[in-house]
Design a protein around this ligand. Sequence first.
Ligand SMILES: [Zn+2]
Length: 264
Amino acid sequence: MRGLTIDLEDWFQVYNFSRIIKQEDWGKQRERVIRNTDRLLDVLDEYDTKATFFVLGWIAEKYPFLVNEIATRGHEIGCHGYSHKPVFLMSKEEFEHDLERSVKAIKKACGARPKGYRAPSFSITKKTLWALDVLKENGFEYDSSMMPTDKHPDYGIKGIPRKPFMIKGIKEIPLTTVHGLPVGGGYFRAYPYILTRYLMKKDKNSIFYIHPWEFDPKIPRYNLPLLKRFRHYVGLKKTRKKFRKLLRDFRFDKLDNIIKKDFS
Ligand SMILES: [Zn+2]
């Protein structure tokens, strides 16, 4: 079964913006996440599909009703950290603090402790495997942060299994790459749908990811460096249509259901 994952954050919280919009100014930005998530939830209902939402602690703190709504509609709530800082830019102590703060906010919002974690920008790499020890100490059951690619300048980990595997007492569900190409997010927006479908068909257990802001052509425009600008803004108008095709062509499930099968 294929896994559907959504990283719940707003448009200004992505790594591309970390130098332009500081965390202390997040509250002053134009909020788009509520409406974008509502619309996404409706599409998921329409195709009777359940997903795992990796929620940013900052979002859970500010919009607890949104996180509660997602859980009430039958989706899994996972954890995406609090500050969206990549793990490779944090010390172990900083990471512990960031994780605890986000778990607290998420638990308060939906009443349950998350058991799955996704690092911002897929930042669990060979240098940050210590983060798995921290996840284990904090009661996490699984992690879905490893991207088996060497094609991206900021993240990626080579030579790991392409299927779920155990590492340091944690169940790892790596993201999917086919021929080194990831299948979600900006790649999904940039590829013609037919290429995504081809790549998805190659892997019956593919793990797909997307963000609510990727469905929103009205997110504010910033003058990013060319490549980053392309990655952030390409294909926003077509995401909704492509995503419907994806849900029509493939069956997905949330990750807590998937690990039950893969590790039983
Ligand atoms: Zn993220």
